[in-house]
Design a protein around this ligand. Structure first.
Ligand SMILES: [Zn+2]
Ligand SMILES: [Zn+2]
Length: 193
């Protein structure tokens, strides 16, 4: 797995309003990627197409840099074995959805429309196309807590960390946990359960 493949796993999909999160970003000698729940940092590498740090606000830039300045106590724990993913209830596991004009109200979205509940469109599972909003394109049900030491983490994010070489997690029961792997470091927010 090269730096670009690692970074892409952590980028946000097109649902993220903050467009800069959809691509890796280069700040000084590190490349970063985040979807707001999970983040990764690897040393600058050739072949990675990244935003310049000038494209994000000073606040976001500072946050990205400082959140990786965390204590890494002890050797950490490996990512636990995870049960098979439960296919997303909204997209059936494809990770994609299709948005069609509501056949009932024609998209004019009267508040009373029962069919689309005032959205003006109907969302249905699709084999390709835009990322499913509910599972963010991961294809599995989100919000499945997995206990690791004192913390709980969402299974579909742990599944990403599991793909990283020799990943070790450092949960402290409260804050974003560092995940150190060969060639970089990731951060994962714990779930409140
Ligand atoms: Zn409608
Ligand atoms: Zn889905």
């Amino acid at each position: 797995m090269n730096a670009d493949e690692i970074l892409r796993m952590f980028c946000a999909t097109e649902h993220e309003k903050r467009e800069w999160m959809r691509n890796p970003i280069l700040i000084d000698e590190f490349l970063y990627a985040t979807n707001g729940h999970i983040a990764v940092r690897v040393p600058d590498a050739p072949g990675v197409v990244a935003h310049s740090f000038l494209e994000i606000t000073v606040e976001s830039r500072t946050l990205l840099r400082t959140m990786f300045l965390v204590d890494i106590p002890g050797p950490g724990v490996p990512i636990p074995d995870l049960t098979a993913p439960i296919p997303c209830s909204e997209c059936g596991g494809t990770g994609h959805q299709e948005r069609r004009e509501c056949p009932e109200c024609g998209g004019s979205a009267p508040l009373g429309c029962q069919k689309c509940q005032g959205d003006g469109f109907i969302v249905s599972p699709a084999p390709t196309g835009e990322a499913c909003e509910y599972c963010e394109g991961y294809g599995e049900n989100p919000f499945i807590p997995v206990a690791v030491a004192e913390s709980h983490f969402d299974a579909h994010y742990l599944r990403l960390l599991q793909k990283l070489p020799n990943a070790m997690l450092h949960p402290d029961g409260m804050n974003a946990a560092a995940c150190v792997f060969d060639g970089g470091m990731a951060l994962i927010m714990p779930m409140a359960v």
